[in-house]
Design a protein around this ligand. Sequence first.
Ligand code: 6GU
Length: 297
Amino acid sequence: MRVDVVTIFPDYLAALDLSLVGKARAAGILDLRVHDLRTWTSDRHRTVDDTPFGGGAGMVMRPDVWGRAIDAVTGRDGGTGADVAPDAGPDDDAAAHPGAPVHLVVPTPSGATFTQRTAEELAREEHLVVACGRYEGIDARVAEHYRAAGVRVSELSIGDYVLNGGEVAALVVIEAVARLLPGVVGNPESLVEESHGAAGLLEYPVYTKPPTWADLTVPDVLLSGHHARIHRWRRDEALRRTAARRPDMVRALEVAALDRHDLEVLAEAGWGVRDGRLEPAGTGDATAAAAPAGEAG
Ligand code: 6GU
């Protein structure tokens, strides 16, 4: 996979040299290039932003600068895609993946929520371009222009809080996508079993040696060697945890995919089936209006 990141803070992306993403790059699975947006400015001050039409606080990033940058890294400018920036190497050409469809990712707090499903979709792409905005965002015509040109454009938020720019979100998206690329995570089972997988449950708690630490012991069942019981215990814990922390995920569970024991565990945690859906027990019932048991009380 080829990934081009365009930012006014290329150093912010230095973390992508490390760990698993760094290994994927070294192994040639991920061809990741970080570009300085100011490469495509044309004035002495290398201006990337201006005041918003219609007034208001903050600055908006200019569409002309972004347009030149995106055209260059996607080879749409008819050139080699080579940056004239100091960080550009001699092989820094967009033409390395000729004709591969581009998916433009724009991190923004007003985007759709980035989830594991989004990561799975992006992991199937050949070429991602991540456009990191700062200030109040990028002029809306940039997304509009590339969509109209047939480019897939995803404006994505990594959660309901505000960051100063898209760089940290770009790190999040790239790490989540890179670890799904074939050959990156050593054990494919760890991809299947993990949180936010198909089961729709949070991960169960995990333990390792020593068996006693700080007067705390590991649950006996995990030392029993009884695989069926271990499997059942882990599922119970995943259900309890999800009930305590993520009521939204409990509501989304497919009742038909749950067995009787699952439903008993959920009932103990304050959830029951009503009209074929999981609801907090007591919903619509005047006699038992207790809230689901949660860690927050
Ligand atoms: Cl993608 N960008 C910014 N600036 N803030 C965010 C975000 C993105 N996702 C959540 N907050």
